[in-house]
Ligand binder design. Structure first.
Ligand code: GLU
Length: 451
C-alpha cells in the first residue's frame, strides 16, 4: 500500500489538511505500507515558499514524516507533457484550437441550451490534415460520449456520473504546461499510489481523473473521500472555529500528541475509545469506520485532551528546550528539582505554557515578591529553626505535612498562617502546588536558605 498527502502550497497546513495527512499516514502504516508527500505547486501564482515550509514544519511537528523524498509536482511538468503527447499519438486526446472568445460563446450557449458541458467538442473529430499550422492549441482528452461511470468509494459508496456530463478536459495548455488534473493522475501513477484518501470536495475531480486513468490503461487507486470538518456548531470550519495554521495550536501550548488524538477522532472511531496515540491510530486505522457525515471539531475537547497528555508524556523533554535559554545559570540541581516538581506542575495545566509559567521557582531562587509582608517574615523566622531541627527522615511530603501541622497546633496557629509564608518564600508566589511537596523536593538546605 502506498498513500500520499498532496497539499497545494497556497496556504498553511490547517486542521483539514493535517487530518488528511494523518489518515493517510495511519492507513499506510497499518498495512505496513508507505506514506508519501507530494507538494502540488503547479499554480505558480498562488504557491509560496512560506506555505511550503509551513506545511513541512506542521507535518514534522505532528511526526508525520514521509517515507520517501518529497515530490514537487512543478518539476515533473515535462513528464506530464510527455503523457499528454502519448495520448495524442494514441488518438485518445486531440488538439483543440478554440479561441478564448469562442469558448466564451460556447459557455453562454451551454448555459442557454442546458448542455451539461461548456465545450462543444468541435475539434474532437477534425482530421489532422484539416488542422491549422500556426495557431495555438490545447490538448484535450477524448472522454467517452455515452454510458455512465461508477466509482466505488470506500467512504461514499457507489457514485455514478453520466459520461455526457464530463467535458473533454484540457490536459496540456496552449503554453505547453500541464493542467492540475493531468499532473495529479500522472504523479499518482508514477508514485505508485494505491490508495487515495482526501476531502470529499475532490469527489468531482475523481470522475475526471478516472476518465484519464482509463484512457491511459492505468489502474485507478482505491478511493476514500472523507467529509469535511465542521465547527462545534455544525457550520463549515472557519477562522472563528480555528481554521488556522496547525502551528497556531503548537504556539498556544497544544502538544502534538493531543492534536493527533483530536484529529484521529474527527470522522473516525474505534469503539468508544477516546484516547489514541499515533501508534494506536496505526494499530486500528484500517480505512473502515469512516463517518459519512461531517465531523465536528471541538476546541474544548482538544484542550481536555491536551490536559491529559500534559500529565502523561515526559514533560521534561517538552519544557527543557523552552527553559534552557531563559535560565543559562541553572545547575543540575535546578533541573533535578524541576524534574521532581513536574508531576505537580501539570496537575491543573491545560496548555504547555501553563506548565512553563510555573517552573520559575525551581530554575532559580525566586524573589519573594509583593505578597511578602512583615508578618510573613516574622513567621518565617519562627518556622526556620523548627525546620532546621527536624531529623532527615521527616523531609518527605507526608513527614513535613505532619510535622508542620503539629507545630502550627502547638503554636496556636492556623495551618494557612504557616503555609503561606513558606509558599511565598519557596516560590515567590501566593499560589503553588502542595507546599509540603515543594519543601521535600527542594530539601533542607535550600528551604532554609530561601526562608
Ligand atoms: N492538492 C489538492 C489540495 O490541496 C489535493 C489533491 C489530491 O489529494 O488529490 O486540495
Amino acid at each position: 500500500m502506498r498513500t500520499r498527502f498532496a497539499p497545494s502550497p497556497t496556504g498553511f497546513l490547517h486542521l483539514g489538511g493535517a487530518r488528511t495527512a494523518l489518515f493517510n499516514y495511519c492507513l499506510a502504516k497499518h498495512h505496513g505500507g508507505v506514506f508519501l508527500l507530494r507538494i502540488e505547486d503547479t499554480d505558480h501564482q498562488r504557491s509560496t515558499e512560506t506555505a511550503k515550509e509551513a506545511i513541512l514544519d506542521g507535518l514534522t511537528w505532528l511526526g508525520l514524516t514521509p517515507d520517501e523524498p518529497t515530490v514537487y509536482q512543478s518539476i515533473r511538468a515535462p513528464r506530464h507533457a510527455e503523457v499528454a503527447h502519448q495520448l495524442l499519438a494514441q488518438g485518445r486526446a486531440y488538439r483543440c484550437y478554440a479561441t478564448p472568445e469562442e469558448l466564451e460563446i460556447m459557455r453562454e450557449e451551454a448555459k442557454a441550451t442546458g448542455r451539461p458541458v461548456p465545450y462543444d467538442r468541435r475539434w474532437r473529430d477534425v482530421p489532422e490534415k484539416d488542422h491549422p499550422t500556426n495557431r495555438p492549441f490545447v490538448i484535450r482528452l477524448k472522454v467517452p460520449l455515452t454510458g455512465e461511470m461508477t466509482l466505488l468509494d470506500h467512504v461514499q459508496g457507489a457514485v455514478s456520473l453520466r459520461y455526457d456530463h464530463l467535458d473533454d478536459m484540457v490536459l496540456l495548455r496552449a503554453d505547453g504546461t500541464p493542467t492540475y488534473m493531468l499532473a495529479v493522475v500522472v504523479d499518482d501513477h508514477d508514485m505508485g499510489i494505491t490508495h487515495i484518501m482526501r476531502g470529499d470536495d475532490h469527489l468531482n475531480n475523481a470522475f475526471r481523473q478516472r476518465a484519464l486513468f482509463d484512457a491511459l490503461d492505468w489502474p485507478m487507486p482505491q478511493l476514500y473521500h472523507i467529509p469535511l470538518i465542521h465547527g462545534p456548531d455544525g457550520a463549515k470550519l472557519s477562522k472563528r472555529h480555528g481554521a488556522v495554521a496547525i502551528q497556531a495550536y503548537r504556539d498556544q501550548g497544544i502538544l502534538p500528541e493531543a492534536m493527533i488524538n483530536a484529529l484521529l477522532r474527527l470522522g473516525w472511531g474505534h469503539g468508544d475509545q477516546e484516547i489514541f496515540s499515533l501508534n494506536d491510530g496505526i494499530a486500528h486505522f484500517d480505512g473502515r469506520h469512516l463517518g459519512r457525515a461531517p465531523s465536528r471539531f471541538d476546541p474544548q475537547k482538544l484542550l481536555s485532551l491536551n490536559a491529559h497528555y500534559l500529565r502523561t508524556v515526559d514533560m521534561m523533554d517538552r519544557v527543557a528546550p523552552l527553559l534552557a535559554p531563559q535560565y543559562p545559570d541553572a545547575t543540575p540541581r535546578h533541573w533535578d528539582w524541576l524534574r521532581q516538581m513536574l508531576p505537580h506542575l501539570t496537575q491543573r495545566a491545560e496548555r504547555l505554557g501553563d506548565v512553563v509559567a510555573l517552573c520559575h521557582p525551581y530554575m532559580c531562587r525566586p524573589e519573594k515578591g509583593e505578597g511578602w509582608t512583615p508578618a510573613h517574615a516574622a513567621m518565617a523566622d519562627q518556622i526556620a529553626p523548627f525546620l532546621a531541627s527536624l531529623p532527615p527522615h521527616h523531609w518527605t511530603e507526608e513527614g513535613l505535612s505532619h510535622a508542620l501541622k503539629g507545630w502550627a497546633t502547638d503554636q496556636g496557629k492556623k495551618l494557612a498562617d504557616v503555609a503561606m509564608p513558606l509558599r511565598i518564600a519557596m516560590t515567590g508566589s501566593t499560589t503553588s502546588p502542595s507546599v509540603f511537596a515543594i519543601l521535600a523536593i527542594l530539601g533542607r538546605d535550600e528551604v532554609l536558605a530561601r526562608l
